[in-house]
Unconditional design. Structure first.
Length: 236
């Protein structure tokens, strides 16, 4: 079953059209990457899905066209967005950031259990549970951003540059944890990642965007085997 389908997605900022036809298909429990140069439209694609920029074309989630819904309505359907730059709430503690992630839920026991799950997944956060998010390192803030998204019990996670600014070993830890989430909770994912080597450790397939358009889509194995992908995204 297909969980998310984008067809001919378009989007503009004011008069400037930046998406001109993005197509993408995420199966239930699947993880799909979006590759592309700076400015290609990767972040805008995630914003269109989460309802934070207006879009044209079709955005079908779980069989329903969700284009035009408000961000809170999209979130309520089970789509969680971990934005570029993380978006954690600096003045709140780690624990309160996790509680904010669960703001649509009423099951207090379930929330407490999921906070424990997140702290097991990211032990660094356990040690900083009462610290303000602003006092965390970049890697810890990224872990918190992912954990906060998980607290909403999403069916689909939108991840934007989860490795940005992190040391290679920290980036690997974050991706190991995300892969674990995928395997244990079966959460589907759309993964935007500059570091394609890292992205390919997580995703089954990917689409390549050029100036707001999907120009190539394939399985991870197919893409990794292509010379132009290796040259442009894999450092060789
Ligand atoms: N808020 C905005 N207002 C106007 N133009 C924007 C805005 N955000 C992005 N753009 C423009 O839209 C285009 C696509 O930007 P987007 O952020 O989606 O690219 P990206 O693929 O995520 O790039 P990067 O790899 O640098 O994060 C770019 O030309 C960018 O300058
Ligand atoms: Mg971006």
């Amino acid at each position: 079953m297909t969980l998310l389908e984008l067809e001919g997605l378009t989007a503009s900022y004011g008069p400037v059209q930046v998406l001109e036809g993005v197509s993408l298909s995420v199966p239930d429990n699947g993880a799909v990457g979006i590759l592309g140069a700076n400015g290609a439209g990767k972040t805008t694609t995630l914003r269109a899905i989460s309802g934070t920029v207006r879009a044209g074309g079709r955005i079908v989630f779980d069989g329903k066209d969700i284009r035009g819904l408000r961000p809170d309505q999209v979130a309520a359907l089970g789509i969680a967005h971990v934005p570029e730059g993380r978006g954690t709430l600096g003045d709140l503690s780690v624990r309160d950031n996790l509680r904010v992630g669960a703001y649509l839920r009423r099951d207090r026991k379930g929330i407490a259990a999921d906070i424990d799950f997140c702290l097991e997944l990211f032990p660094n956060l356990q040690d900083r549970i009462t610290s303000n998010a602003s006092a965390l390192s970049g890697g810890e803030q990224q872990m918190l951003a992912v954990a906060r998204a998980i607290m909403s019990k999403p069916r689909l996670l939108l991840l934007d540059e989860a490795s940005l600014g992190l040391a290679p070993s920290t980036a690997k830890n974050v991706y190991d944890a995300i892969r674990h989430l995928r395997l244990t909770l079966g959460i589907a994912m759309v993964v935007v990642e500059q570091n394609a080597n890292l992205a390919f450790t997580l995703v089954d397939s990917a689409t390549v965007l050029e100036t707001g358009r999907s120009v190539l889509t394939g399985t991870s194995a197919e893409l990794k085997g292509m010379d132009e992908i290796r040259r442009a995204y894999l450092g060789g």
